[in-house]
Structures are given as structure tokens and as C-alpha cells.
Design a protein around this ligand. Structure first.
Ligand code: PMP
Length: 287
């Protein structure tokens, strides 16, 4: 396995970063998780747009141009002979001193890891996941932050710890006002009376690429979609609930906090959207 480490290709064992890297010391950096389906980098442009926007927002200079970054992704896949799987692209602030001042870090550090992906078993897509709501709140000092896909994932990790304790695959995180925000690493949708709802990003949801793809599909397939705030009550009483994410794709939820959702398995809208999603993944992207 070859890992792109700031312009060089090294083996997994030799892929090491400095203990002074501010990505490590402070979570100062950004990342993307991207899928490759049958040699196609799914929605590559959307992922790179989000990466470069996140970088701009936190005043991080990515040392590669957009074209160079795309070429590095393609080359890393080629070197590893991988046609399907997952790309983890990380840009950290790079090595500096022990102070948190980013101006003391002369150069950002770029890492590209590609791997095969262990996702949910196919059965989970038909049967749906169990889920719970958890106590950590989406950190949201203002409407800017959820758009930055930063390395600061402590809240998401606290969510994951609670979902592990509850024995569920993904959990539901609320924002500080109690509105449903997202999962630990997935966006959330509900379906009620044929209408599809997802929280607006200002509630505290990442502008997920899969979320965007599902919104496009709703439009194309004629499902009415509303981006509006909703509560756990709306989740409990929905006909269908599903999560979306690069790794999870579109996964139904059959139970939330002990309440059975709809029929107790993947509903018709979720199933239809997953089917159509799987049709576009090999065509929308970069080869
Ligand atoms: N929310 C969070 C907090 C995430 O980490 C992710 C996964 N990257 C998502 C939502 C889903 O986004 P995407 O569809 O771009 O993977």
C-alpha cells in the first residue's frame, strides 16, 4: 500500500508525521473522505471544492493547485491498483512549534491514503440500522463552522462512544437548541407523507456531498424536498429515516430511541433513492 506523504510515495509502515504537526497537536487541518467506484472518483470536483473552501476559510495554503491535487489523487489510486474503495485526503497545518499560532507553521502537509472500504453489510441496507439520540451537541458558535470539514472531531468521537455504548451503528446529534443536526459522520433525512426533509446546514450539519447527491436525486425523481429544521418528535413520527455519507451511502434507520420507524425496515423512498444513487456513482466524477 502506497501513501502519498507530502509529494512522496511511502509504504504504510513509513508513513509518519511530525509530533509538532498542528494537525496532531491541535486538530488544525481539514480533510475529505471520497469514494471510488469502478475507477471513478465520485463527485471529485465537489469534494475538492469543499476542501479548498475549507482551506480558504481557515487561512490554510494548500501547497498543490486544484489540478495537481486531482492528479495526486488519480496517481495514488493508480499506484495502489485500486478501482473501488475510499480515499482519505488530509491537509494539516503542518509542523510548527508548541504554540497554537498557525503563522509559526511554514507549510501545510498533505496526505492521501487509499483503502478498501468495510461498510455496512448489504442486509443492513434492507433492514435498517438502530439508532439513538445522544447528549453531545454539534459545536456551533456560528453558521460558518459546519461547512468546514476540519480535523476537530472530538464531538463526533463523543457521539461515536455513546453509540457504541448503545450498540447502534450511527447516532443522532442535536444542536444546542435541540434541533436534529446530523450523525457522527453522516447527514440525516426523514420522509413524512411523501415529503423528504433534511436539516439546513446552519442547524449544524456538514454540507455533505452525499446529501447533495440525494437532494439532486429527489429533484430528478420528483420527490418534494424541504431543507428545514426538525426535532426528535419529527424523527420518531416519520415514515422513513435515513443517513447519508460517503462511507454509508444511503442507509435506512428502523428504530430511534426505541421507537420503531415506519414499517421497521427500509421504506420505499429510501430504497428508491439508494437504488438510484448506486446508478450515478460510477458516472459522476473523475476517472
Ligand atoms: N457529517 C459529518 C460530520 C461527516 O463527517 C460526514 C462524512 N464526511 C458527513 C456528514 C457526510 O458527508 P459526505 O456525504 O460528504 O461524506
Amino acid at each position: 500500500q502506497w501513501i502519498y506523504l507530502n509529494g512522496e510515495y511511502v509504504t504504510k509502515e513509513n508513513a509518519k508525521i511530525s509530533v509538532y504537526d498542528h494537525g496532531f497537536l491541535y486538530g488544525d487541518g481539514i480533510f475529505e473522505g471520497i469514494r471510488i467506484y469502478d475507477g471513478n472518483i465520485f463527485r471529485c470536483k465537489e469534494h475538492l471544492d469543499r476542501l479548498y473552501d475549507s482551506a480558504k476559510s481557515i487561512m490554510l495554503d494548500i501547497p498543490l493547485s486544484y489540478e495537481e491535487m486531482q492528479a495526486a489523487l488519480v496517481e495514488t489510486l493508480r499506484k495502489n491498483g485500486l478501482r473501488s474503495g475510499y480515499i482519505r485526503l488530509v491537509v494539516s497545518r503542518g509542523p510548527g512549534n508548541l504554540g497554537l499560532d498557525p503563522t509559526r507553521c511554514p507549510a501545510a502537509f498533505v496526505i492521501i491514503i487509499v483503502e478498501e472500504l468495510a461498510i455496512y453489510p448489504e442486509e443492513a441496507y434492507r433492514e435498517g440500522l438502530r439508532s439513538v439520540s445522544v447528549s453531545p451537541r454539534r459545536n456551533l458558535p456560528d453558521a460558518l463552522n459546519p461547512k468546514i470539514k476540519s480535523l476537530n472531531y472530538l464531538n463526533n468521537i463523543l457521539v461515536k462512544i455513546q453509540s457504541n455504548l448503545a450498540g447502534v451503528g450511527e447516532a443522532i446529534m442535536l444542536n444546542s437548541q435541540g434541533y436534529v443536526a446530523e450523525g457522527s459522520s453522516d447527514n440525516i433525512f426523514i420522509v413524512k407523507k411523501g415529503v423528504v426533509f433534511t436539516p439546513p446546514c446552519y442547524i449544524g450539519a456538514l454540507e455533505g456531498i452525499t446529501r447533495g447527491a440525494i437532494m439532486d436525486l429527489c429533484d430528478r425523481l420528483g420527490y418534494k424536498l424541504k431543507e428545514e429544521p426538525f426535532t426528535l418528535h419529527d424523527v420518531y413520527t416519520a415514515d422513513e429515516v435515513f443517513f447519508t455519507g460517503t462511507a454509508a451511502e444511503v442507509i435506512a434507520v428502523r428504530e430511534v430511541d426505541g421507537r420503531v420507524i415506519g414499517s421497521g425496515k427500509a421504506g420505499p423512498v429510501t430504497t428508491h433513492l439508494l437504488q438510484e444513487f448506486r446508478k450515478i456513482v460510477t458516472v459522476e466524477g473523475v476517472r
